[in-house]
Ligand binder design. Structure first.
Ligand code: BDP
Length: 615
């Protein structure tokens, strides 16, 4: 009895009695308090002192090492500065046998939070914002401990930047009141090597500055932005820069004044350039100058003439696919077309179109697939639309944490295999032995393909329920919305067949691709089946590679997706003895729900498509 009390007391003192509610993410280190750490006092030293299982470790500042890189020799970590030491420390904690030199692949490894100042999150499925909320009409106090925990998690996977607010940006973010809040957050993130960036509303000079225009060539507008940049950098000298969604989905932009994207971006670039800031200008633009054109072609049409015209501190940020974060898209051809403009890929960690925080879908295979077409060497950075909120476990679904983790790891090294990343994450997140880890690993690795199968196999896309993008609505059509918001426009099902003809006989979207993809995708007989209905309108009786007719193949794929989820449930049930109670239950509930959803997708889509095919 006495012993037990003592044990509990000791654990309490050491802070070890923590429920497994997912709040510790993959950072479930046991504090051993054993290592002697030589070198400068810093966060890396604190982490190693508490958690490193060896006896001694040395931290050394070496100015000859590149920024953010580190070297581990024996138990000495060397780096240019404390950020490099921190990356080295987390690497050593994860993989104590690590030796040698490492540096991040991408310069920009940035999370994009679509957080609104009122605390809601656009496409957020894990509760409210960790940064913003209102207290009356004032910004609520920043939760420093929470932001610090966030910084630590990001640093542990090498993320070095964060955009704190929604791309559909409120001008208020640039008011002195909010700049002060941003300064507070920046101060917490700085020791973890993380810079802050802000999304800005292009019409801010009007909304905040009382100007009559936001025309980027107007002298007062330029002066306003320059003064604003100066004000921000006075408070936050290492501020990263701006992210801009302009002339897209109702947002203001240079197009409102018949100016080009380059003219708009350059005006902002000039304002932040004296301080080393960058502008991340999004190419997610449709329905503006090229209204009526096949939506997947519009980004190239919008930006191609601007190539070579952007300032050197502008980066074009594009989603991985040409449409909008679908479960599977071909890569966005804008990456083939802008040869003189630095580019970043925008990946979506929050599963807007992949079951949100209800479905277990591990996204690393999707991102690796993208890098198979768009060589990382073509990119200067990656941005990940965050899936983080106030939920106890940060991400809503315990397994969605793996997507945050995988984004960071791939930003650090895009050649890492999905399997290795999943394995690392599983080992750190659960206490499971090899025999249980293997099936869980297989579940994760199969989960994205399963989602494609039960939602949108063979290149189908955007047949989601209107606006919330969760369930199926293949018959979706709303007369007063542009067709490009409606599922029926995307699948084009009729009695002859199904699919969107984007070959030379259709919208010719295939011509935006480099060879060999242009020819490969254009020809029905060479187009990979995974993109079949993305690029072609195909007869129902068409024989797919399996020998089945198209409608039978669709039926088969939907069924396969559902079966996969059934098997995930079996795997999860078999793992019950090794997983802690709360997390097991919570994942189990979600898996049951995922199965119901998968069946709903299967039934709704096959009933609907079947009504054409079997006429
Ligand atoms: C779509 C989202 C919308 C975003 C938009 C964007 O549905 O909420 O604002 O993309 O990326 O995926 O700007």
């Amino acid at each position: 009895m006495k012993k037990l009390t003592l044990l509990i007391m000791t654990c309490l003192v050491m802070g070890q009695v923590q429920a497994e509610d997912g709040s510790r993410l993959w950072l479930r280190y046991q504090s051993v308090d054993k290592a002697k750490v030589n070198g400068p006092a810093c966060i890396a030293a604190d982490e190693l002192r508490k958690y490193f299982r060896g006896d001694e470790v040395t931290l050394a500042i070496d100015p000859t090492i590149e920024a953010e890189a580190f070297k581990i020799e024996g138990t000495t970590i060397s780096a240019k500065d404390e950020t490099g030491l921190l990356y080295g420390a987390y690497t050593l904690l994860r993989e104590p046998a690590t030796q040698g030199y490492q540096k991040p692949y991408f310069k920009y490894r940035i999370l994009n939070h679509w957080d609104n100042l009122d605390g809601t999150i656009e496409r957020g499925y894990a509760g409210r914002s960790i940064f913003w909320d209102l207290d009356g009409d004032q910004p609520k106090a920043i939760d420093a401990a929470l932001v610090r925990a966030y910084a630590r998690a990001n640093a542990s996977i090498g993320i070095n930047g964060t955009v704190l607010n929604n791309v559909n940006a409120s001008p208020r973010i640039l008011s002195p009141l909010y700049i002060n809040k941003v300064k507070e957050i920046a101060a917490i993130l700085r020791p973890y090597g993380i810079k802050v960036y802000l999304s800005v509303n292009f019409a801010s000079p009007m909304a905040l500055g009382g100007l009559q225009t936001a025309d980027p060539l107007n002298a007062k507008v330029k002066t306003w932005w320059k003064a604003k940049a100066k004000e921000i950098y006075r408070e936050i000298p290492d501020f990263g820069g701006f992210l801009v969604k302009a002339n897209s989905e109702g947002q203001p932009g240079p197009g409102d004044y018949h100016r080009t994207h380059a003219q708009g971006a350059n005006m902002l670039a000039d304002a932040v350039a004296p301080y080393g800031g960058i502008i991340m200008w999004r190419s997610f633009v449709y329905g503006a100058n090229h209204k009526g054109e096949d939506r997947v072609k519009q980004a190239v049409s919008e930006f191609i003439n601007d190539d070579g015209l952007f300032r050197s501190n502008v980066i074009l940020q594009s989603k991985n696919g040409p449409l909008d974060f679908q479960p599977r898209e071909p890569y966005a051809p804008i990456f083939d077309n802008m040869h003189k403009t630095p580019q970043m890929a925008e990946l979506q960690i929050t599963q807007e179109y992949l079951g949100q925080s209800r479905h277990l879908v591990y996204l690393a295979p999707m991102w690796r697939e993208f890098f198979g077409y768009v060589a990382p060497a073509r990119l200067v950075g990656v941005a990940g639309v965050a899936n983080i909120g106030l939920d106890k476990n940060w991400c809503g679904h315990h397994f969605s944490q793996a997507n945050w983790y995988a984004f960071g790891r791939l930003a650090w090294d895009p050649t890492l295999k999905s399997e290795q990343i999943a394995d690392e994450w599983l080992s750190a997140t659960f206490d499971i032995d090899d025999s249980h880890r293997t099936p869980l690993l297989s579940m994760m690795l199969r989960s994205r393909e399963a989602c494609v199968d039960y939602m949108m196999p063979l290149g189908l896309h955007h047949i989601f329920k209107f606006d919330h993008h969760y369930g199926p609505e293949p018959d979706g059509y709303i007369a007063h919305y542009p067709l490009e918001w409606c599922p029926v426009y995307y699948h084009q099902a009729d009695s002859a067949g199904i699919g969107f003809d984007r070959s030379h006989t259709g919208t010719d979207a295939t011509s935006q691709y480099r060879e060999p993809y242009c020819s490969l995708y254009d020809d029905l007989t060479t187009c990979p089946e995974r993109y079949l209905l993305w690029f072609h309108h195909v007869p129902w009786t068409y024989r797919t590679n399996s020998g089945r007719t198209l409608i039978d193949e669709l039926t088969y794929r939907y069924g396969r997706g559902v079966k996969e989820v059934e098997s995930f449930i079996d795997i999860w049930h078999n793992s019950k003895p090794t997983i802690d109670e709360q997390r097991w239950q919570e994942v189990d509930e979600r898996l049951q729900h995922q199965l119901e959803n998968a069946r709903e997708w299967q039934k709704t889509c096959l009933d609907y498509f079947g009504s054409f095919a079997r006429k």
